[in-house]
Design a binder for this molecule. Structure first.
Ligand code: ARG
Length: 461
């Protein structure tokens, strides 16, 4: 079978070359974008008089029926066609004859692939952002139930200060909201049509790029054709944005793994999203968060791979760029399924408030409160810090938590300590005393929940 570009070649390409050169096995994922792009192109060719109406209509009908063939699974993908663009065009010519050969007027595969891939990425930006929004809603719903659930806030994975479980969930909601914004801003920046840039320099035909752009729902057209056919920033952006999002998911997963351990027991992952061990009957493993954490690695890999592919390329198109797609497909698929399962995992997860209550009673979470109490009594902070250290040592010698020391015991350490101290050492009071903007007190957490609910409401409307 002779190739579409075979005019200047003496011999047909060999099987080995086909296997090495072809992108069809993976770029068939772009069939819909390719067909929609070609339909818009054909319409424009008729509107500008480059083709006549009849030719354009035949091309569009032909493309529609190819779409049906692909969707019914009866389209024959032949690796000798090299890529989805040529596979569809060849089939079009088989179906409607020589008119099909006119479709590629004023177009090159370079702007065609730039268009198809961009349409794919734009669509996925939206889908990922929508799922992220659902994830945020799930976290906010959990937060609403746990405004007064006290847990140990940590630094260095050591008990630091009491915080609410709601506050912890809202920290993740904040991360995921930034992720949504990143996908949205990438969408906005890249929402420009590349079609009509042709091979690299534009075309002498009197095309109307704006018309194609609005036909396909773009907000405008790209500025410089040489850049446009060389540009894969939109793909790098989605890879980066997915990487950051997966890093956030991975951190949450890590916490879920720790929290579901016997030692912590803060949460119980539902049986649906955990698995057993083949040898140890008692085990229930947190496979889902572990896989979410693990999959972060491949997503980073895809980003670094494409950055590396692009770094040395002279303008404009180079075949190296065919390596742009598989990593993006893989990262997108990973992102979508990861979000879906994480949402279900969180919705079905049991939160063990009593376990958190036990945990806050160890580790002297209110030590800073004692120091702050002394500062309020006029003791310089450094001295207050030292006195509190003595209180911690006393508590440890008595096998107690600082919050469990009585007023009489504390008074022995420093005479400036008065009866009201116990109020300050109470865990709930300690949490609620942190009432500065963005802090963990119930009032501030309510404020944050309100903020997210307003944001979610605007997203939904
Ligand atoms: N299959 C190619 C790709 O994915 C399409 C563009 C080919 N262009 C070319 N001049 N060979 O990048």
């Amino acid at each position: 079978m002779s190739k579409m570009w075979s005019g200047r070649f003496k011999k047909g390409a060999a099987g080995l070359l086909d296997r090495f050169n072809a992108s069809l096995p993976f770029d068939k994922e772009l069939y819909l974008e390719d067909i929609e792009g070609s339909k818009a192109h054909a319409k424009m060719l008729a509107a500008t008089g480059i083709l006549n109406r009849d030719e354009s209509e035949k091309i569009i009908e032909g493309l529609e029926s190819i779409k049906e063939e692909i969707e019914k699974g009866i389209f024959v993908f032949d690796i000798a066609d090299e890529d989805i663009h040529m596979a569809i065009e060849k089939r079009l010519t088989e179906k409607i004859g020589d008119i099909g050969k006119k479709l590629h007027t004023a177009r090159s595969r370079n702007d065609q692939v730039a268009l198809d891939f961009r349409l794919y990425v734009l669509d996925k930006n939206r889908k990922i952002a929508a799922l992220l929004t659902k994830l945020i809603k799930t976290l906010v719903n959990i937060a609403k139930e746990h405004k007064s659930t006290v847990m140990p806030g940590m630094t260095h994975l050591q008990h630091a200060q009491p915080i609410s479980f709601a506050y912890h969930m809202l920290a993740y909601a904040s991360m995921f909201k930034r992720d949504v914004e990143r996908f949205e801003s990438s969408y906005e920046r890249n929402n420009l049509s590349p079609l009509g840039c042709a091979a690299l320099a534009g075309t002498p035909h009197p095309i109307d790029r704006e018309m194609v752009a609005s036909e396909l729902g773009f907000k405008g057209i790209t500025l410089n054709c040489l850049d446009t056919v060389s540009d894969r920033d939109f793909a790098l952006e989605i890879l980066f944005n997915i990487s950051v999002m997966m890093m956030h998911i991975s951190r949450l997963s890590e916490e879920l793994i720790i929290w579901s351990s016997y030692e912590f027991g803060f949460v119980t992952i539902s049986d649906e999203y955990a698995t057993g061990s083949s040898i140890m009957p008692q085990k229930k493993n947190p496979d889902v968060p572990e896989l979410l954490r693990g999959k972060t690695g491949r997503v980073y890999g895809n980003l670094i791979a494409l950055l590396t592919v692009m770094k040395g390329l002279p303008l404009a198109y180079n075949k190296d760029m065919q390596e742009d797609k598989e990593g993006v497909f893989d990262s997108v698929e990973t992102a979508l399924i990861s979000l879906e399962i994480l949402i279900e995992l969180l919705k079905s997860m049991k939160i063990n408030v009593e376990k958190m209550q036990e945990a806050v009673r160890v580790g002297h979470l209110t030590a800073t409160d004692l120091a702050d109490y002394l500062v309020n009594k006029g003791v310089p902070f450094r001295e207050a810090h030292f006195i509190t250290g003595k209180a911690v040592a006393m508590a440890e010698s008595k096998n107690k938590d600082v919050s469990e020391l009585s007023y009489e015991e504390l008074k022995e350490i420093d005479s400036r300590i008065e009866k009201d101290v116990t109020r300050y050492l109470n865990l709930e009071n300690s949490m609620n005393s942190r009432n500065s903007a963005g802090a963990t007190s119930e009032t501030r957490v309510e404020e944050q929940i309100g903020y997210f609910e307003k944001w979610l409401g605007e997203k939904e409307s």
